[in-house]
Write a protein that binds this ligand. Structure first.
Ligand SMILES: Nc1ncnc2c1ncn2[C@@H]1O[C@H](COP(=O)(O)OP(=O)(O)OP(=O)(O)O)[C@@H](O)[C@H]1O
Ligand SMILES: [Mg+2]
Length: 427
């Protein structure tokens, strides 16, 4: 009989807090029961700067989600971002010294244990230790070597760390809103879960969630994550540039950006006559000026994104290109501009494969909120719990027991790919 559980995710972003409640059947089908999205207060570049303000924003978001879902929220998966996030790839090795040289679960347990046993400075804590691939006697790229013969077992992992104090502040806000933390998930892993296809991850892809205060990045190759990072830039910088360059109050600059900003390549050549835009409260700007300010900042953000790529010839590394998501990916013309500039395929990604009351969530700004739920449900056993790690054996056995995910290579939905001009308001 199908087993259904209810799970919640809270994405505490710089511009909005988004709570999503869903029932999950057989750990795979997610049906959204309710959402609560509110403006966030008290965050700067993805990090808590005012506990009370953040707590109040979370409480309000949770309250609305409870009302719309009819479900009392006790605990949730929570997203973490901010430039305190660090990452590295690690490598561990064990020898198979038994006579039969047959790899068993204990060997995997040993090498995983050793991978988790890394020194992080006292101000940092482990957020994720993600097994990427095993190699046996130098033969690389194995997903599960149990039952094979070999003398040396190597494991590649991707490790993500976070500043202890930043995590504590965030957890304090969540608990202050009377919600327990089921697990902390780095935001770009969450967004990747919601918008990337298995095919893209296998061939190589870079995901950039350009939000209000941060750009969260994840690079996938050969089916697993190989680099993650947070850039302390996002839509807020665009708004600030507009405000400073065009002499508008910040709130008016935000309206101008959402209503009129675009980065279409052809815009400047097509504009024969200067167009004056009326924003609000009597403020007027020239469309061409807005275009130039926004384009200049977007070029800079895109350059920073590809600089995260470990090699300069990045086109080989990510043949399926760049997937943009987050609220700023709503900027009209952004995918085409990025494709032209970086010479790789670029698309805008929105959450896929969710059901129920999900219409409003099919927008780039909700990639991390929806993805948190998807990542949490899929990797629950692997999440490093706040009160200590899950036993390695249980994690390992879970991994080995878990049936191969059905190949969900559905054709990519063009409608979602465009991302449209969804108003991600409340942010
Ligand atoms: N049509 C649009 N054009 C340009 N920018 C937009 C548009 N719609 C929303 N944005 C911007 O998207 C940003 C919010 O994105 P999002 O909701 O993903 O951020 P967040 O998750 O709250 O923040 P972060 O992840 O950075 O902490 C804001 O800067 C907003 O101005
Ligand atoms: Mg975000």
């Amino acid at each position: 009989m199908a087993k259904t559980i209810i799970r919640t995710a809270i994405d505490v972003g710089t511009t909005k807090v988004c709570t999503v409640v869903a029932d999950v059947t057989d750990r795979s089908t997610i049906r959204v029961m309710g959402t609560g999205v509110v403006h966030s207060q008290g965050l700067h570049k993805g990090m808590v700067v005012s506990i009370n303000e953040v707590k109040d924003s979370i409480r309000e978001s949770v309250r609305i989600a409870e009302m719309s879902s009819g479900h009392k929220i006790d605990s949730a998966y929570v997203g973490v971002s901010g430039n305190h996030i660090g990452s590295l790839n690690n490598h561990r090795m064990v020898t198979i010294s038994r006579n039969d040289r047959l790899v068993c679960r204990d060997d995997l347990k040993k090498v995983l244990e050793s991978a988790q046993n890394i020194d992080v400075s006292s101000d940092k804590q482990l957020l994720h230790v993600i097994p990427r691939s095993y190699s046996l006697d130098g033969q690389a790229g194995m997903k599960n070597p149990v039952g094979m013969y070999g003398a040396r077992l190597d494991l590649e992992t991707h490790i993500i760390t976070a500043a202890v104090t930043s995590v504590k502040n965030l957890v304090k806000c969540i608990r202050g809103a009377k919600v327990d933390v089921d697990g902390l998930v780095f935001s770009s892993l969450a967004s990747s879960e919601a918008v990337l296809t298995e095919h893209e991850k296998e061939l190589g892809v870079i995901l950039a969630d350009i939000g209000g205060g941060t750009t969260d990045i994840a690079i996938y190759k050969d089916g697993s994550v190989c680099h993650t990072a947070v850039l302390p830039v996002g839509g807020y910088q665009l708004t600030r540039d507009i405000s400073i360059s065009l002499g508008l109050p910040t709130a008016v600059a935000e309206v101008a950006k959402r209503k009129y900003a675009n980065v279409d390549e052809d815009f400047s050549t097509e504009q024969k006559d200067p167009v004056s835009l009326s924003i609000e409260n009597g403020y007027n700007i020239m469309h061409q000026d807005l275009y130039e300010v926004v384009r200049a900042r977007m070029e800079e953000i895109l350059k920073l994104i590809v600089m995260e790529m470990p090699r300069s010839e990045y086109t080989n590394m990510v043949p399926t290109g760049l997937v943009l998501t987050g609220g700023t990916a709503n900027l009209p013309g952004l995918a085409a501009m990025a494709q032209e500039m970086l010479q790789i395929p670029v698309r805008v990604g929105s959450p896929r494969e969710i059901h129920g009351l999900a219409d409003s969530l099919y927008a780039p700004a909700y990639a991390s909120g929806v993805g948190l739920l998807m990542w949490g449900v899929k990797n629950d056993e692997d999440i490093i719990k706040l009160n200590g790690r899950k036993s390695l054996l249980s994690r390992l056995l879970f991994k080995l027991r878990r049936p191969a995910r059905p190949d969900k290579k559905k054709p990519y939905d063009e409608g979602l790919a465009k991302g449209g001009n969804h108003d991600t308001s409340n942010s």
